[in-house]
Write a protein that binds this ligand. Structure first.
Ligand code: BEZ
Ligand code: MG
Length: 381
């Protein structure tokens, strides 16, 4: 719990260092395996934000939550909208109930509204939607029983979306099933939307050194998805996104822009990394392509990826004819997909190549496509 409180304070400090005051509401993404590895660090962070702690019975078994008195907490209770991965929900039913109980205790505490934002928002939701306090205090959301993921990753992968609202709607439909103190789940889409309007920023812990937020699509599917839902609920006002990197030392909080920049420099633009990938042949090229698609997933969901990222990826992988030929020989399908993805990122307005770079990209895309179709081979014959 002490570590959770420290990590939560670190995230709050970063938000404040970026020119903001005390947030009223924070969206936090919780994953199952990460909480197993970290002995529940992120769960403890959520409890700390709410100003709560676990309650144990006489045998030392976890049996619920209790509030930390405001005088001891020394700041307002911050509202937290938790989105659980389907894996967390399956693995940790007791902890799911614990979080729901903590939110309920905060919402029902007889405390001044300027010191208890959970209660403030819950009472407003009661009024707005004519619901009881038990319902308005629901803060733990996930998929419906038996379902996983937000499907935002699938939309990005297949390019099957035309505007931002499709992404936020898909996310909200999939992830707005509320889990209550009794562990039961019910669709609460209107409440979820209402809560999104209050969210000041969203964050997730990074617990794995092997995987970054651009390595797999699940990070933008969950954290990016909620970022898009919050931005839409706030009428287009972009929600800051943070990554709390727990992989080294005391931990470090980065903005999403900083995290993607770091991963771009240390992975996809780093010869040590990509030469290692290329030694894996077909699968290595697929992984490089996946990084590009995941990077575009972050642009689509948050708009917080710098344009230079796409420009440098283009220079490294597409404009360099030797690299293009190596990649295409190892995995022609992933090579052409990557080039098309970079062009798609431009078409969607995530970066702007100059005319000559755009033409080079289009020519490279045509050349790679021809190679798949065997046209070049025929011409050469
Ligand atoms: C999880 O453990 O909750 C998780 C792991 C990988 C991807 C998504 C979720
Ligand atoms: Mg996938």
């Amino acid at each position: 719990m002490a570590d959770g409180a420290r990590q939560a304070e670190r995230v709050l400090k970063r938000y404040q260092a970026d020119g903001n005051g005390c947030p009223e509401s924070v969206a936090v993404v919780l994953w199952g395996t990460d909480n197993l590895k970290s002995e529940g660090s992120a769960i403890a962070q959520v409890l700390a934000l709410l100003g709560a702690k676990p309650r144990f019975d006489g045998y030392g078994r976890l049996c619920g939550a209790e509030l930390i008195p405001l005088a001891e907490l020394g700041r307002p209770r911050i509202d937290v909208v938790v989105t659980l991965s389907g894996i967390f929900r399956d693995l940790m039913p007791l902890q799911t109930k614990l979080l729901a109980e903590a939110a309920w205790l905060a919402a029902s505490a007889d405390e001044p509204l300027d010191m208890n934002f959970v209660r403030k928002h819950a009472l407003a939701e009661c009024e707005k939607h004519k619901i009881d306090l038990e319902t308005a205090a629901l803060r733990v959301f996930s998929n419906a029983d038996g379902a996983y993921g937000s499907n935002v990753g699938m939309l990005i992968e297949s390019s099957a979306w035309t505007d931002d609202d499709e992404l936020s709607e898909t996310f909200s439909r999939r992830k707005s099933f509320a889990y209550g103190r009794n562990g039961k789940c019910a669709s609460q889409q209107a409440l979820f939307q209402g809560l999104m309007e209050n969210v000041d920023f969203a964050y997730q812990n990074l617990d794995s050194v092997e995987l970054g937020v651009t390595t797999i699509d699940h990070y933008f599917d969950s954290l990016g998805g909620i970022g898009r839902a919050v931005t839409r609920a706030r009428g287009g006002k972009v929600a800051p996104i943070y990554i709390s990197d727990q992989t080294r030392g005391e931990g470090k909080v980065r903005s999403l822009t900083e995290q993607v920049a770091l991963e771009t420099r240390t992975r996809i633009l780093n010869p040590k990394w990509y030469e290692g990938m290329l030694r894996h042949g077909y699968e290595g090229v697929r992984q490089i392509e996946a990084h590009v698609t995941n990077t575009m997933g972050w642009s689509a969901t948050t708009g917080q990826v710098d344009a230079w990222v796409y420009e440098q990826i283009t220079r490294t992988y597409v404009l360099d004819s030797e690299m293009r030929a190596r990649m295409s020989a190892l995995n022609p399908v992933a090579s052409v997909k990557m080039t098309h993805r970079i062009i798609e990122a431009h078409q969607r307005g995530f970066w702007k190549p100059d005319e000559s770079m755009l033409k080079a990209l289009q020519d490279a895309g045509d050349e790679l496509e021809d190679r798949i179709e065997g046209v070049s081979a025929e011409i050469a014959a």
